[in-house]
Design a protein around this ligand. Structure first.
Ligand code: X2W
Length: 286
């Protein structure tokens, strides 16, 4: 039996659903690429909640695509194996032994955790990497970084086929080289390239900070390309936020309608961004 006492919470839930209608209509059939960083996968509970939100998106007609990272999980395995790892400007120097571990952890462990979490919530997820169906062809980024790749060609047809079948693609950021190499691709870079090839309506970069902050530490909710370039030049945007904002600008140049940088640890971050007036994090529009 449903409780008939109209307590405030239930009324608020019904009102929230009702108010979401224009947003549900706006995003019906929309392609939303979500980059889930390793730092945003903080606990099994957070993973389940993320998975539920993704399944809800699919349920209301959105075509979600998940591109994940897993830097902390790669670090843990390299530590166990006694393989040292260094980063140059946010990219892992990747030798032949390291790229094997990166592929095992990203395509194996992390990819399947996300696939399973989505399927447990009633969704239909399939795991891929950039190698599957030649989704993401890469070239070496810089000889000093070893097997780190830059996407040069993305073939999104396999993703469109999966949308037709109500399937949610979950993509590990590895790329295929033309000579049969395996390339390690930064997760944000991979998500930007895939979102661009799909001309996605939204690219959501889920991270562990609440957005792009100004010099007094407040999140800037709306950002233009000019503002981002000025904030990088004067040092307001620094560290890991530089590649994220650069990815955002590249994605916009590639045809993505808007990119949002938001805190993936916040409850229901994706739903808040897509289906409420409030929005979340920092948005960069085309
Ligand atoms: C990354 C791929 C994983 C990733 C790495 O090896 O750590 C490069 O640095 P997060 O969790 O999103 O940081 N690749 C080239 O991007 O993970």
């Amino acid at each position: 039996m449903k409780p008939r006492d109209m307590n405030r919470d239930w009324i608020a839930t019904a009102r929230t659903l009702s108010q979401a209608l224009p947003y549900l209509q706006r995003y019906s059939e929309a392609v939303v690429v979500i980059k889930l960083g390793g730092h945003a996968m903080s606990s099994p509970e957070a993973m389940d909640e993320f998975a539920r939100d993704v399944v809800l998106m699919r349920q209301v007609g959105v075509n979600p695509v998940i591109v994940h990272g897993g830097g902390p999980m790669i670090n843990a395995m390299l530590d166990k194996l006694g393989i040292e790892s260094t980063f140059v400007r946010g990219k892992r120097v990747t030798d032949a032994a390291t790229v094997e571990v990166v592929e095992m952890i990203l395509s194996g462990l992390v990819n399947k955790q996300i696939v399973q979490a989505i399927n447990r919530q009633g969704g239909k997820a399939v795991g891929l990497s950039g190698k599957d169906a030649d989704l993401m062809i890469c070239e070496q980024t810089d000889p000093n970084l070893g097997f780190v790749g830059t996407p040069v060609e993305v073939r999104p047809q396999i993703l469109q086929d999966l949308f037709q079948n109500n399937t949610i693609p979950v993509i590990a950021p590895l790329g295929a080289g033309r000579e049969g190499e395996t390339f390690n691709v930064n997760g944000d870079t991979a998500a930007g390239a895939i979102a661009g090839a799909l001309k996605a309506d939204r690219l959501l970069l889920l991270t562990d900070v609440s957005g792009v902050k100004d010099d007094s530490g407040d999140v800037v909710t709306d950002l233009t390309e000019g503002q981002i370039r000025a904030m990088i030049a004067d040092g307001t945007i620094a560290g890991g936020m530089i590649p994220k904002t650069e990815t955002a600008l590249e994605a916009i140049a590639g045809g993505v309608r808007a990119v949002v940088i938001l805190d993936g640890r916040a409850p229901n971050a994706c739903l808040l961004e897509l289906f409420t007036e409030h929005g979340a994090g920092s948005i960069i529009r085309s």
